[in-house]
Design a protein around this ligand. Structure first.
Ligand code: PNS
Length: 157
């Protein structure tokens, strides 16, 4: 089965990567889909996010990366993707994800499968990582090294 892992990925974290790796072990094909979230402003543009993700999933032969700026379900319908996979860190994520999963199901029939985030990664978010970086905190164990470099370079600009 082909599935999509959609998200903003601004930038990809080790939490995202863990969900992608586990999805790649469960499903035949995984499309990591950089999707536009109208309620978030970005640090990296879509092409930069795709480049960073591509560099950290290169060891996963059944994972591809794509970008989409329209309705998520239009992409999944056009690409014969019956299932979305997302990570759940906490009940806050559940409250945020449930209406999206239900709306996507209503719009197109696409199902959403949730993987529970591994506990040691449960507090990691792109937003918090960017904030830690802005104030000079350590990003060790939060982001892949190539992403740390890109984030620090962006902040120096
Ligand atoms: O990583 P995020 O920001 O929590 O991911 C949310 C995302 C990008 C998956 C969501 O905003 C989305 O699906 N955007 C595409 C537009 C869309 O389909 N909106 C309706 C969602 S029910």
């Amino acid at each position: 089965m082909r599935v999509a892992c959609p998200g903003s990925f601004d930038p990809i974290t080790l939490g995202h990567l863990n969900i992608i790796e586990r999805s790649a072990a469960l499903y035949e094909e995984v499309v990591v889909l950089v999707t536009y979230n109208p309620s978030k402003s970005g640090m990296f543009n879509a092409d930069e996010r795709v480049e960073l993700i591509s560099s950290v999933v290169s060891h996963l032969s059944n994972v591809t990366v794509d970008t989409w700026s329209g309705l998520l379900v239009d992409y999944t319908t056009a690409h014969d993707i019956p299932v979305l996979v997302k990570g759940l860190r906490s009940s806050l994520d559940y409250e945020y994800e449930l209406p999206m999963a239900q709306m996507n199901k209503r719009l197109s029939g696409v199902e959403t499968n949730f993987l529970m985030t591994d506990p040691e990664l449960g507090y990691i978010s792109s937003t918090l990582c960017k904030e830690v970086a802005k104030f000079g905190g350590s990003l060790d164990g939060l982001l892949p090294p190539v992403v740390v470099d890109a984030l620090l370079a962006r902040l120096r600009q």
